[in-house]
Design a protein around this ligand. Structure first.
Ligand SMILES: Nc1ncnc2c1ncn2[C@@H]1O[C@H](COP(=O)(O)OP(=O)(O)OP(=O)(O)O)[C@@H](O)[C@H]1O
Ligand SMILES: Cc1ncc(CO)c(N)n1
Length: 274
């Protein structure tokens, strides 16, 4: 049997299994690719929040990356929680030296508002990491932090994407999920995301689901995109398939613990829906 496409996630561990490395690997399995991981940080995390976070040393991140890329090889890379300026710069340098497409999820804070990136790292994200990204996938808070553009309308999504592209990623995918939650200010009850490379424009719309168990949506979407790219899909194709997957996973998200439960990475198996 021939080997499946290989995808590498460079991200933090979520002990609760809903986001981070755990969400990434589950998503990759659901897409039929071989998932591999470079751990950047360990978090003590559950449905209620992040109780603690510990970064790994730069040498540990470098060594994991070299182990994977030099022997096994990768067809796509995805980045998530990078914690510090030093780690952001290290990962940017490693990705810059790898040919595979890179999906950069510029993770800033968790769903509970716990910080997963030092404020001092923002400039390194702008000047080192975004330039080596094939697709960057900020949510509305992250794009506001990175570009200063606060999105309050669909036209705002366009302006935010243009500002993000000025830092160098080939494609910007701005996730409007948070905005449409606000009494449907944008999208008319839909979860709207906007994808552009500066010339093509793609609007991704899905029903906004009334399920509070959304822990891990961003990690899941980015890993699904990386999986599609590893299979040879174009960025718009991979993003469309990823949006469909994350929407199904949110619909089937379930309660665990006393707070925000995870999306269901196995929804296609569990529900039999396509
Ligand atoms: N309630 C919802 N119903 C449908 N789709 C949603 C909902 N919430 C988010 N989404 C979609 O989920 C995807 C991830 O977006 P989101 O804005 O939640 O990412 P994020 O904030 O980075 O996630 P995370 O909290 O994991 O960091 C997007 O496609 C977004 O439109
Ligand atoms: C480790 C980790 N990465 C990313 C997220 C996304 O919010 C999270 N909650 N935890």
């Amino acid at each position: 049997m021939s080997a499946p496409p290989r995808v590498l996630t460079v991200a933090g561990s979520d002990s609760g299994g809903g986001a981070g490395i755990q969400a990434d690997l589950k998503t990759m399995l659901a897409f039929g690719v071989h998932g591999m991981s470079v751990l950047t940080a360990v978090t003590a995390q559950n449905s209620l929040g992040v109780q603690g976070a510990w970064e790994l040393p730069v040498e540990a991140v470098r060594a994991q990356y070299r182990s994977v890329v030099d022997d096994i090889g990768v067809q796509a890379v995805k980045t998530g929680m990078l914690a510090s300026a030093e780690l952001v710069e290290t990962v940017a340098e490693l990705i810059g030296g790898t040919e595979a497409p890179a999906v950069v999820d510029p993770v800033g804070v968790s769903k509970h508002g716990d910080s997963l990136l030092a404020a001092s790292a923002l400039d390194s994200v702008r000047t080192k990491l975004l330039p080596v990204a094939t697709v960057a996938t900020p949510n509305l808070d992250e794009v506001a932090q990175l570009t200063g553009v606060r999105v309050e309308s669909e036209d705002g999504l366009r302006r935010a994407a243009a500002a993000l592209l000025s830092y160098g990623p080939k494609w910007a995918l701005i996730k409007g999920g948070h905005l449409s939650g606000d009494a449907g200010r944008v999208g008319g009850g839909q979860a709207v995301d906007f994808l552009t490379d500066g010339s093509e424009e793609h609007w991704l719309r899905a029903p906004r689901l009334d399920n509070r168990h959304t822990h891990g949506t961003g990690c899941t979407l980015a890993s699904a995109i990386a999986s599609g790219l590893a299979k040879g899909q174009s960025v718009p194709e991979a993003v469309a398939a990823a949006k469909e997957y994350v929407t199904g996973a949110i619909a089937d998200g379930f309660a665990l613990g006393g707070g925000i439960g995870p999306v269901d990475h196995g929804w296609r198996w569990r529900t039999g829906r396509a």
